[in-house]
Design a protein around this ligand. Sequence first.
Ligand code: PHE
Length: 338
Amino acid sequence: DQYTAEINAFSPANADELEAFRIKFLGTKGLIKDLFEEFKTVGPEEKRVFGKVLNQFKQMAEAKYAELKEGLDSGLKTQDLGLDLTLPGDGFEVGSRHPLSLVRNEIIDIFKRLGFVVAEGPEIEDDWHNFSALNFPQEHPARDMQDTFFIRKGDGSDDIALRTHTSSVQVRMMESGKPPFRAIMPGRVYRNEAISARAHCFFHQVEGLYVDENVSFSDLKQTLFHFVQELYGEGTKVRFRPSYFPFTEPSAEMDISCTICKGDGCNMCKYTGWVEILGCGMVDPNVLENCGIDSKKYTGFAFGMGIERITNLKYVIRDLRLFSENDVRFLKQFQTDI
Ligand code: PHE
C-alpha cells in the first residue's frame, strides 16, 4: 500500500527522475523483481493471495511508467524548442518561372521536335561574328553608335561590342563545323535604345539556322508555319512580306493573325489584324562562303525572333519594362508546376 501511494503520487520533473523511478520499481534489480523472489518462498495458501496482489501492483507500476513517459516525451519537445509543434506550420512561397523563360523553353521544345539542336555563344562579340561575316557593309547604319554598344579597347579601337543579335552564333557554328546544320540560338542581345514601353537596351532572341543540300524557301515557310501552329494554336494564319537583311537573300518578315482579337482588330495589332513576329530568309551565299561553306553545294534558311514580342502576344503584356523590373506581383502570375 505504501508503494502504491508512492507510485500514484509520483510526478517526474524530467527524464532522469522518470528513469530513477523505472530502476527503482521495474528494473532488473528493482522492487518488483525482489517481491517476485520473495513470492517463491511463501507457502501455497499465501501464494494465491500474494500472487494476485503482486500482479496487480506490477501492472499498475508499468501502466504508470508508460503514461508518464509519453507525457514527458511530448512535454520535453515543447519545452526544449520553446514552441508548440502541434500548431500548423507557416506556408512558404514557391517561386515562379520568368515568363520569358517559359516562352523560350516552349520555343526550344517545338524546334527540338523538328530536329533542331540548341547552340549558344558569347554576349561580347567581335565585329567579324556580329557584322562582317554576316555581310554587313562597312558603313552599314546598324553598326552605328545608335544601335550597338561598342566596347572601346585600350588602344582606342572598338571592334568589340555587345552582340546585337544571335546571328553571331550562327557564324560561329558554321565556321567550326560541317553542314548539315539545324540549330536554334536562344540568348540575350543588346541595342542602344532609349528605354520605354516598346524598346529596351537589351532583349532576348531565338534565331534559327538550317543549312543542307537543297534547302528551299518552301522549307522555311513550312517550318515557321508549323512553329506558329504549335505555339499559338491550330488555325493561326501567317503571311510573309518581302524585307531586307544583309545576311539573307531573299529576305522576309513574317506576320501572324492577331492572337488577341483573332483578326477583328485591337490595339495590340493596331487594328490591322496582323502582327509581325520575326525576320527570315535564305542565307546569303556570301555568308556561307565567309564561314567556309561551299555555297554551290549548300543552301540554307535562317530566322530570328524576339522572345519579348512572342511573349507579349501570348500573355497580352503591353510594357517591355515589366520583364526586367522583378515586380513579384507581375512574376507571380506565371506560377506553373515546372
Ligand atoms: N538577325 C535579325 C535581327 O536581329 C533577325 C534575322 C535572323 C533575320 C535571321 C533574318 C534571318 O533582327
